[in-house]
Structures are given as structure tokens and as C-alpha cells.
Design a protein around this ligand. Structure first.
Ligand SMILES: Nc1ncnc2c1ncn2[C@@H]1O[C@H](COP(=O)(O)OP(=O)(O)OP(=O)(O)O)[C@@H](O)[C@H]1O
Length: 281
């Protein structure tokens, strides 16, 4: 463990400091093995991951490719079970997907045959809202993600950034407690990515959601998070945590803040050797 990075603590007077309050997601000693655990081909994706996420906290899960980030997110979503350990939401075990947790994927996962508005409204039918109410919620979210004027377009008619804005609005539509984001900006060009980082920082603060954000972008992880949780190469474990003292709302100028620059550099210097090793394996 790198003491230089782990020793970083919120700086007094710089920002809101660590999020206080009850733990909403409790990841307890979670392990995941793909395949027959006794077979040589078994893949140990996660090993003893323990993490508490507070209500309203934005956590970036940072780690090299293949370290089990998506696996962990999938277990929290309820898409797949842990092989050992458990995940609790507000004290209750997560055993299946539920409307209080929604997921944004890298590949947008929009329905191509539905307009942007219909995509956003989709999840609201299950909540029993009338057509008029669904329309109102969708229009408000379209405004939030700055897609006004594009509501009647189909996904193939808009840019990648717009598709991801729509996917974020769709995930917010059922008013979940927890937003799970799996490399949501991974498919976007660098400029769009930066713009959407600022958008999601704004939206998540305004909406007060708990966010688990998976990325292998160090700068993105630090810019967005209240706490960056760094995972080790496979089998994924929590390697270290960095509390981010920057105030909210996060703004573009913070990327040149001395704390930000040195933390990103420190993380890169710490992680580079093991990430390079992972690339070669
Ligand atoms: N369904 C599966 N069956 C077998 N092995 C799997 C399965 N899903 C993932 N794995 C393996 O588990 C390990 C962790 O994968 P995972 O996708 O969770 O990592 P990741 O950190 O999200 O990677 P990336 O950043 O590349 O998306 C990898 O070695 C992967 O090949």
C-alpha cells in the first residue's frame, strides 16, 4: 500500500469534507469466482472486498482492466450473486435487481426503436404513473440532461454524448436511491467525456444520489468522487482509498488545483507499474 497516497486527508476549509451519515451500501467481504472453484480454469475476480458507501456519497471505483470493477457493480446491482460475503442496502441483503438501484452502461443500452423521450419514460410504466405524469417526469429530466429539442429523435439520430445523456436521464427517471455507472463515458471522445463529467458531477449533487462510478480514468475518478476507491489487479481487492476535499459543485478550474494535479500524478505513479504488468499478462 502506498502511504503517500493513503495519507491524503481532506484539507480543512477546502470543502464539505467527507460525507457523513448512515452507510447505505455495505459491501462485506465479497468474493467472486467464475466457473467451478475447484477447476484450474476458475477465475477469482474478487477477493474479500469490504466497503461502506454513505447515503449521497459519490464513490469512484478505480482499477485496471480486469480487476473486477464491473463484477462488483453487477453484484451491487443484483445482477449476479457474490460467491462469498454479502452486500446490504440499508441493512437488507441485495439478492436481485430493484428499482431503487439503476445502472448506466458504457454502451448506452437505449432501445433503438423508441424515441429519446420514450426511452426515458420506459421505466416509469412499472411505477404506475399515468401517461401525462410520465411525460412530465421525462420532460423535466430531458431539461436536466440538456436534451431539450431532441426528445423526438431516435438514438441513431443523435451523438454518442447525447445518447449517454439520455441513458443517464432514463436511469434517473424511476428516482432511484443509488446510481450505478459502469464506465459510462468510456466510448466517448475526450472532449465530450470532459463535458459529461461536469454534467454528472452537477446532476448527482443536485439529485443527491448515492453513486458508484466505475472507471479506469484516474483524472475522471478524482474529479467526480467524494472518495476514490482504488482496486488492486485481479483478484480485485480494495487497495487504498483517497478522500477528495474539493468542494462542490465541481468545476473545470479544479482540474488545475494543485491538490488535484498532485493527487492524479501520485495515483498514476503508484498504479503505473502494476497496470503495466496487467497489460503484459
Ligand atoms: N461471466 C464471466 N465468466 C468468466 N469470467 C468472467 C466473467 N465476467 C468477468 N470475468 C472475468 O473476471 C475478471 C474481472 O472482470 P470484470 O469485467 O469485472 O473487470 P473490470 O475491472 O470491470 O474490467 P474492464 O475495466 O476491462 O471492464 C476478468 O478476468 C474477466 O475476464
Amino acid at each position: 500500500m502506498n502511504s503517500a497516497v493513503t495519507s491524503i486527508v481532506p484539507v480543512a476549509g477546502r470543502g464539505p469534507g467527507p460525507i457523513e451519515g448512515p452507510v447505505q451500501i455495505s459491501i462485506q467481504n465479497v468474493g467472486k469466482i467464475y466457473g467451478d472453484p475447484n477447476a484450474e480454469s476458475a477465475v477469482v475476480a474478487l477477493d474479500g472486498v469490504t466497503l461502506g458507501v454513505r447515503r449521497g456519497e459519490f464513490i469512484s471505483l478505480l482499477g485496471p482492466s480486469g480487476c473486477g470493477k464491473s463484477t462488483l457493480l453487477g453484484i451491487v446491482a443484483g445482477f449476479q450473486p457474490a460467491s462469498s460475503g454479502q452486500v446490504l442496502q440499508d441493512g437488507r441483503p441485495i439478492t436481485r435487481p430493484g428499482p431503487t438501484r439503476t445502472v448506466v452502461f458504457q454502451d448506452y443500452a437505449l432501445f433503438g426503436w423508441m424515441t429519446i423521450q420514450a426511452n426515458i419514460e420506459f421505466g416509469l410504466k412499472a411505477k404506475g404513473l399515468s401517461k401525462r405524469e410520465r411525460g412530465e417526469v421525462a420532460r423535466s429530466l430531458i431539461d436536466t440532461v440538456r436534451l431539450t429539442g431532441f426528445e423526438d429523435k431516435y438514438p441513431h439520430e443523435v451523438s454518442g454524448g447525447m445518447k449517454q445523456r439520455a441513458a443517464i436521464a432514463r436511469a434517473l427517471a424511476p428516482d432511484p436511491d443509488i446510481l450505478l455507472m459502469d464506465e459510462p463515458f468510456g466510448a466517448l471522445d475526450a472532449q465530450t467525456r470532459v463535458l459529461l463529467q461536469e454534467e454528472i458531477a452537477r446532476i448527482s449533487s443536485e439529485a443527491g444520489k448515492t453513486v458508484l462510478f466505475v472507471t479506469h480514468g484516474i483524472e475522471e475518478a478524482v474529479f467526480l468522487a467524494d472518495r476514490v476507491v482504488v482496486m488492486s489487479p485481479r483478484p480485485g481487492r480494495v487497495r487504498e482509498e483517497v478522500a477528495v476535499p474539493l468542494p462542490r459543485p465541481r468545476t473545470a478550474e479544479m482540474r488545475s488545483d494543485p491538490w488535484f494535479v498532485s493527487t492524479v500524478n501520485e495515483l498514476w505513479e503508484t498504479l503505473k507499474p502494476e497496470w503495466q504488468k496487467g497489460e503484459q499478462e
